[in-house]
Design a protein around this ligand. Structure first.
Ligand code: KIV
Ligand code: ZN
Length: 513
């Protein structure tokens, strides 16, 4: 009989911790909803005590999600556990996740605690958390560089205190598949009460082995696998959920495991994360890279045309990359539009559908053929919108190779009574000029940390997607804009980043500290 494997997604915690991947409240809720749609088993929504914003998003996710367990991370400290519980107590299925380092290096230099003190702290904090919540996960941070005998002792003690899951993190991505397989087997055999808890693994990718290590651990008996979408996470990232799950699904006789995850949501989840964070997926990335199903060489193309399985071990459809058999254009009616959205997995209410259809019509006027990718962008963009305090009214850009670029931008400031503000600026190129004009309107000077432009689909009339990352002091804000005109996409992305800044600042004012 196949073994049930639970997928614990930490995109919103470990993933969000990685440089350039921060998300605002709206974006986190949207990601959590997508994770629920994809049917992960557990969503680690954040680290409630780390900031008021994190607390707020963990709480909102706990109150929104119905079909997954929602976990909040806590150090092994009463105040962390209190805060986690406060954030998740209204969840249908809450979990407190407590972590404490067990390796000699971490105990000596980071915690400055003796092994006995660590053992005692682990015991007392799991007991403390258990008073709130029946589902407790305990992670032995840096487990793979810990003394195995000490690790067994810690796990035994926390299970006795009621831990339901014991996690074996490869915190620094140090282990190898063979070694990790042995460690998990040894934990099962040497922790006398290991049958009373699930064994989880959490692998980082510093040596590029996070997925291989995770799968080796699953074969050795781990039943909870901790992963992130697109493998985002601290440093080189975490095990990628799409790779772990598709390996299990593609090699059923080898793994003989059962996961409830709906793989047809993988592609959309990947695009959503990339779209929100502005971090592109490398083209040759397994499963979700743009080239994952591209066959370039003549021999491969010939083989695939004759029989797909010659060079394709998984189908694009299995990860939700449906074929676009239906062409939408400006003559397409509402019915065809609605039908296409349903096929793509979107179920919108009447108002949302009205709005999406209007946007589609505007797009179809500019573009001959509207592809699935265009629709996905249109809907994702809508899903994570923040209030539009500044709205683009119009812009004029004058540029050339013999003149200084000049931009005039007019925005409407929508705060009760609409205020029309127009500014002009020169710049080092047309985009710089436009961004400087917007800075003048907002009355601040941002540092542009990153700017990227990519096309959503192919063809001359393809939509351009622009991303900016702008910094003000120590805070970084990302913005996105989509248009068939790349200048417009760029201006929209900058305005979007400023709107996000205003939204986040407003939110902080109302969040209790
Ligand atoms: O990598 C790690 O050790 C972690 C723990 C907090 C589980 O992220
Ligand atoms: Zn981690």
């Amino acid at each position: 009989m196949s073994r049930r494997i639970y997928i614990f997604d930490t995109t919103l915690r470990d993933g969000e911790q990685s440089p350039g991947c921060s998300m605002n409240l709206q974006e986190k809720i949207e990601v959590a909803r997508q994770l629920e749609r994809m049917k992960v088993d557990i969503i680690e929504a954040g680290f409630a005590i780390s900031s008021p914003g994190d607390f707020q998003s963990v709480k909102a996710i706990a109150e929104t999600i119905k079909d997954c367990t929602v976990a909040s991370l806590s150090r092994a400290l009463p105040q962390d556990i209190d805060r986690s519980w406060e954030a998740i107590k209204n969840a249908v299925s809450p979990r407190i996740h407590v972590f404490l380092a067990t390796s000699p290096i971490h105990m000596k230099y980071k915690l400055r605690m003796t092994p006995d003190e660590v053992l005692e702290r682990a015991k007392s904090m799991v007991a403390y958390a258990k008073k709130y919540c029946s589902d407790i996960e305990f992670s032995a941070e840096d487990a793979t560089r810990s003394e195995p005998e000490f690790l067994y002792k810690v796990f035994e003690v926390v299970i006795n205190e009621g831990a339901t899951v014991i996690n074996v993190p490869d915190t620094v991505g140090y282990t190898t598949p063979d070694e990790f397989y042995e460690l998990i087997k040894n934990i099962k055999e040497n922790v006398s009460n290991s049958d009373k808890a699930q064994i989880a693994v959490h692998c980082h990718n510093d040596l590029g082995m996070a997925v291989a290590n995770t799968l080796a651990a699953a074969r050795a008996g781990a039943t909870q696998l901790e992963c992130t979408i697109n493998g985002i996470g601290e440093r080189a990232g975490n095990a990628a959920v799409e790779e772990v799950v598709m390996a299990i699904k593609t090699r059923p006789y080898l793994y003989n495991m059962d996961v409830r995850l709906d793989t047809t949501q993988i592609s959309r989840s990947s695009k959503l994360i990339s779209s929100i964070t502005g971090v592109p997926v490398q083209p040759n990335k397994a499963i979700v890279g743009a080239n994952a199903f591209a066959h370039e060489s003549g021999i491969h193309q010939h083989g695939v045309l004759a029989e797909k399985s010659t060079y394709e071990i998984i189908t694009p459809e299995s990860i939700g990359l449906g074929k676009n058999n239906m062409v939408l254009g400006k003559h397409s009616g509402r019915h065809a539009f609605e039908d296409r959205l349903k096929t793509l997995g979107y179920n919108l209410n009447k108002d949302e559908l009205d709005e999406a259809f209007n946007k589609f019509k505007i797009l179809a006027d500019k573009k001959k053929v509207v592809q699935d990718a265009d629709l996905e962008v249109l809907l994702q963009h809508k899903a994570v919108q923040v209030p539009e305090i500044y709205k683009l009214d119009r812009f004029v850009i004058n540029t050339g190779n013999t003149i200084t670029a000049t931009a005039s931008v007019r925005l409407i400031k929508q705060n009760g009574d609409d205020q029309v503000i127009e500014e002009v600026s020169t710049g080092d190129g047309p985009i710089d000029a436009a961004f400087k004009a917007i800075d003048k309107i907002a009355g601040v000077t941002f540092t542009l940390e990153d700017y990227t432009l990519r096309s959503v689909t192919e063809g001359q009339d393809a939509q351009g997607e622009a991303y900016v990352k702008i910094r003000l002091g120590s805070r970084l804000y990302t913005g996105k804009g989509v248009s068939t005109d790349v200048f417009e996409a760029s201006v929209l992305s900058y305005v979007n980043a400023i709107n996000k800044m205003i939204y986040e600042e407003k939110l902080e004012e109302v969040i209790p500290q």
